[in-house]
Design a protein around this ligand. Structure first.
Ligand code: 3HC
Length: 714
């Protein structure tokens, strides 16, 4: 056993029948991470094992109940000040893993729980990998999501193990795979139930010690060999991957390109040269602004995961049964997601049985999709489908801890539903409205128990969109807030708690962005240019496409609520209303600004210009188009922060990134405002206001920051 040097050691081991059983358990931490101190322990441990004649092989496990190794310690990245320092950090990790790979005794890793980044790179340096088939066992190299690349040999060892194509898929997407898929891809050698992980890993270590070597077959047969197994085929693979990256990243994210280069370089020049290049590029990436922003987002979302939503919040009620009123697109989306993610019993209600049947069918489609993607087994699918039921009465609602209404966006209708539900549920049940615009306090005026009424604003499509806005009304009880927040999290959502004001956070800051489309079109800009500039800025889609996706009828309704609440500043132009009048509702009706056929966007509809009464003839300069679109968001976001619509700039930025795809590498609208500087923003907005009208007048919050030379994030 090693002596405890600084506090409790993370690595401990004992030798049983010639097998050293090594356990990593970073004391006082929820997950195992590889910090500088842990690296030192690894070195000392493996040196001792190398020299211990009684040790013939090593079996490695985690001491954490549900985590193997979460990777290198991301906290250390924040402290890096130069590319050279970051390169050294990467090279140190590589050296440590080379020591593992070159140990004259075989090492088998028994993997249960998240095995990510440097954790998987460690497993790759071992001779054999056994993983549990438990859902918590996620394996992958997510470094790209942090703006860096796998810098502890992952770009070298993974392609050699599974082939260049599969390795690039993993590394460039930066996603973690469930153990079954990792096994299929050859990333792990054996898949076992958790109960026998230890025994199977020990047995493998013993076999390895006896000279047995696992036989691994290249994936993909002859085609696999053609593409992965020879330089010519690989060149094609890299060319195709590079092309895909160009399209996907818009040139904003350097990490995937660097990872691609590293993998290619390593395969061409050998592992030693590959490692050198890997460390070099890791060093450069780790100190980029993009990586800093992505790391900030990682920590912000982690903080949000633990935030109960209100100070001193009472413990949330665990929702086991959920009632949903309204079986349309949103209602069925919430129902399907709730069953798929949280396994709750869902009872759906609508005015007639035909609608309920359609809603249940749509909810089930979410489960079918998971089955198709092999996220759930057939057995799980059957079990979850059985949790969905519905009817045209409130039967079954009496047992629901939470009821969510997703009916027509009209206060009278919502209040009517609220009255009906209050007589059908128990005194402790929570009533949540999935409104996108109507103040919760107004809806709650119809309630006998307004303290049990809250807003849960889901985004469409519910199964895919990661954000949930939770909106307490003026009288909502704190325990109701924590229940809604906790339930949203069980659905896999990132939850922000926002103030009960028109448009809440996301629709509020989107309003000027959407309205500006009309002004730009009227001045002769084309739809393609407007969307193209936003995409070039880093949005996943432009604002015109976004409106088509949201639905033009929905957008029109939101625009009117915003106008009524905030006045001329958020005055919409007539365009969207004209399209709605002509029956164009966006993607869902096959026509909006664009034409849609067979579920695909088929280009701008030339008739749209006619209906809007505008003619594309150049319009403002592209740079001005972008400035007007973005500064509108930044100005409104700053104003809303001043009004306390979000609890912190952190929530505001996360809401914008997860709610409508504000470019993550810019850190969110408030971080972006900080980067531009309040003084510059105020000056730019003043110039725009002078020329285009008071909608661009800089808000008081920005003016104040400019005067004090201050920032949202001090
Ligand atoms: N470094 C530092 N802290 C980490 C960490 C890491 N790699 N992974 C998790 N943590 C911290 C979280 O910040 C959180 O801290 P807190 O309690 O103080 O807020 C705590 O561990 C628990 O994490 P979660 O709340 O996220 O726990 P979950 O159970 O929900 O998820 C997880 C666990 C799946 C491991 C998730 O934390 C995760 O995805 N972690 C990041 C994985 C990752 O990106 N790894 C790559 C690191 S970079 C690398 O390895 C570079 C190498 O190639 C050189």
């Amino acid at each position: 056993m090693p002596a405890a040097s600084r506090g409790e050691p993370a690595l401990t081991w004992e030798v049983q029948d010639g097998i050293a059983v090594v356990v990593l358990d970073c004391q006082g931490q929820p997950v195992n991470t590889i910090s500088r101190a842990v690296k030192d322990e690894f070195r000392a441990c493996f040196e001792t094992l190398a020299n211990d004649a009684s040790v013939q092989a090593v079996a490695f496990f985690s001491g954490k109940a549900e985590n193997f190794i979460a990777g290198a310690d991301i906290e250390e990245f924040v402290t890096l000040t130069s590319a050279a320092e970051a390169e050294r950090l990467s090279a140190d990790g590589q050296d440590m893993l080379e020591q593992v790979a070159r140990l004259p005794k075989p090492v088998a890793a028994g993997i249960h729980g998240a095995c990510l980044g440097g954790g998987f790179e460690f497993a790759l340096a071992c001779q054999y990998r056994v993983a549990t088939d438990h859902p918590k066992t996620q394996i992958g190299l997510p470094e790209i999501q942090l703006g860096i690349l796998p810098g502890a040999g992952g770009c070298q060892r993974l392609p050699r193990l599974v082939g260049a194509r599969a390795a690039l898929d993993m590394i460039l997407a930066g996603k973690a795979e469930r153990a079954a898929k990792a096994f299929r891809l050859g990333m792990v050698d054996e898949l076992v139930p958790p109960a026998i992980l230890r025994d199977v890993t020990l047995a493998a270590a013993r076999r390895l010690a006896g000279g047995w070597r696992p036989k691994r077959r290249r994936q993909g047969g002859f085609v696999g060999w053609l593409l992965d197994g020879n330089p010519l085929g690989r060149r094609l693979v890299f060319r195709a991957a590079r092309k895909q990256l160009d399209q996907r990243t818009g040139g904003h994210y350097p990490a995937p390109f660097a990872a691609l280069e590293t993998v290619e370089y390593g395969l061409r020049h050998g592992i030693a040269e590959g490692l050198r290049r890997e460390a070099q590029l890791f060093g450069q990436l780790a100190v980029t602004d993009v990586s800093r922003k992505l790391v900030q987002i990682f920590f912000a979302t982690n903080q949000l995961k633990k935030d109960p939503g209100v100070p001193n919040a009472p413990a949330p009620v665990t929702v086991k049964r959920l009632g949903i009123v309204g079986s349309g697109f949103m209602g069925s989306g919430i129902a399907g997601t709730a069953v798929a993610q949280a396994g709750v019993d869902v009872r759906m209600k609508d005015a007639d049985l035909a609608r309920v049947a359609n809603g249940l069918f749509a909810s089930r489609a979410i489960l079918d999709d998971r089955l198709k993607r092999r996220r759930i087994t057939k057995y799980e699918h059957a079990r979850l489908v059985a949790l969905l039921s519905g009817g045209d009465t409130y039967a079954g609602f009496g047992r629901a801890e939470l009821v969510i209404e997703a009916v027509f966006e009209d206060i009278a209708v919502k209040q009517q539903v609220l009255r009906e539900i209050e007589s059908a549920i128990t005194e402790t049940s929570v009533f949540a409205s999935n409104t996108s615009t109507i103040p919760i306090t107004s809806i709650a005026e119809a309630a006998q128990a307004p303290e049990r009424v809250i807003g849960m604003h889901f985004f469409s499509p519910v199964a895919k969109m990661p954000l949930l806005e939770v909106i307490p009304g003026a009288r909502t009880a704190p325990g109701v807030v924590s229940t809604a927040v906790a339930f949203g999290r069980r659905l896999g959502k990132t939850v922000i708690v926002v103030k009960d004001s028109p448009g809440f956070w996301v629709n509020r800051i989107l309003a000027p962005y959407a309205n500006e489309i009309g002004h730009l079109l009227a001045e002769g800009a084309s739809i393609e240019t407007i969307d193209g500039m936003a995409v070039r800025f880093g949005f996943p889609v432009g604002p015109v496409t976004l409106l088509d996706e949201v639905g033009l009828d929905v957008a029109e309704k939101v625009a009117h609520v915003m106008l009524a609440a905030y006045g001329d500043r958020l005055q919409p132009t007539a365009g969207v209303a004209a399209l709605v009048k002509a029956g164009r509702l966006g993607r869902k009706s096959g026509r909006g600004f664009y034409i849609y056929k067979g579920g695909k966007k088929r280009g701008v509809d030339p008739d749209a210009y006619e209906l809007l009464g505008v003619h594309p003839n150049g319009g403002p300069r592209p740079a001005e188009i972008l400035q007007r679109l973005v500064l509108g968001i930044l100005n409104e976001a700053a104003r809303a922060v001043g009004e306390g619509v979000v609890r912190s700039p952190r929530d505001g930025d996360i809401g914008a990134i997860f709610g409508f795809g504000f470019p993550p590498f810019r850190g969110g609208p408030l971080r972006h405002a900080d980067d531009l500087g309040a003084a510059r923003l105020v000056a730019d907005l003043e110039r725009l206001a002078e020329r285009l009208g008071p909608r661009f007048a800089p808000c008081e919050v920005l003016q104040d920051l400019a005067r004090r030379d201050a920032k949202f994030y001090p």
